[in-house]
Design a protein around this ligand. Structure first.
Ligand SMILES: [Fe+2]
Length: 262
């Protein structure tokens, strides 16, 4: 995806797991360094029309980490962005970094779904969250809607992660597929590339900017795949193209002695 298209181009980065110190690592990976390498690499390919950051922004969810992250993002990219909390994030600490709930981008509207609970790995989309999502989708100015969230809305054949899926995700997708112009949903949390569909709604998971989880693993398992990101190319007719890119030359040494389920 190196040439400009007539549609909109969105960049998704996810699960940055930024540490309190820029010298700290996660399973041997310096998460500030890998996040910066990912964003720098992506932006060298092209400038997106918007940036989506789909949760687990911080591994150490202190206000200073989010402030530093905001400055870092501002320095790298001055276009529209949406930052969504993940299970490692704490809403109150995120301050102005979180949001906005909706991005209007011409013929497409991006609507955020907050699936996280502070201090809990699992997802909770309660009636208030559901209503906010429904309202956002129905009020969208764009002819087509993309939903951005943190947790997978359905099982992804990865049992230890599937415990954390959005518990009422199928109900949510059923409603969205019948009542809205939602074309696709992107999420994080899985630390792996995923692409499937629920009825007409396309569902995409993206690699983390740091460590990757082993697909179809029963228990917590990190694999050696490289940090990555997802491009989404949204067309005027509601179709989309997407691809994941990885930093194949990124020097990655997983330190399993730091093993601790994420
Ligand atoms: Fe994560």
């Amino acid at each position: 995806m190196t040439e400009r298209s007539a549609g909109l181009t969105l960049l998704q980065i996810t699960d940055l797991h930024l540490r309190a110190s820029e010298n700290d690592s996660l399973l041997g990976v310096n998460t500030w360094h890998s996040a910066d390498a990912v964003l720098t690499s992506a932006l060298a390919e092209r400038r997106p029309d918007a940036l989506l950051v789909t949760g687990d922004v911080a591994h150490d969810p202190h206000p200073e980490v989010y402030t530093r992250c905001g400055r870092w993002l501002d320095a790298r990219y001055d276009g529209p962005r949406m930052v969504i909390p993940g299970n490692h994030d704490v809403t109150a600490a995120m301050g102005s970094l979180a949001g906005p709930p909706v991005l209007e981008l011409g013929s497409w509207t991006v609507v955020a779904l907050d699936s996280h609970m502070d201090d809990q790995p699992g997802a909770l989309v309660d009636e208030t969250d559901m209503e906010a999502l429904r309202a956002g989708c129905l009020a969208a100015r764009g002819a087509h809607v993309l939903v951005a969230t943190h947790h997978p809305p359905v099982a992804i054949d990865c049992p230890w992660l599937d415990r954390d899926r959005i518990q009422n995700g199928v109900e949510l997708l059923e409603w969205l597929s019948e009542h809205t112009t939602v074309r696709a949903m992107v999420f994080g949390h899985a630390h792996q590339e995923l692409a499937f569909a629920h009825r007409q709604i396309l569902l995409f998971g993206a690699p983390s900017t740091c460590i990757q989880f082993e697909p179809r693993s029963v228990t917590f398992s990190v694999d050696e795949r490289k940090p990555g990101y997802r491009w989404l190319e949204l067309q005027e007719d509601g179709s989309l193209r997407t691809r994941v890119r990885r930093l194949e030359d990124y020097p990655l040494t997983i330190d399993r002695s730091q093993f601790k389920p994420a």
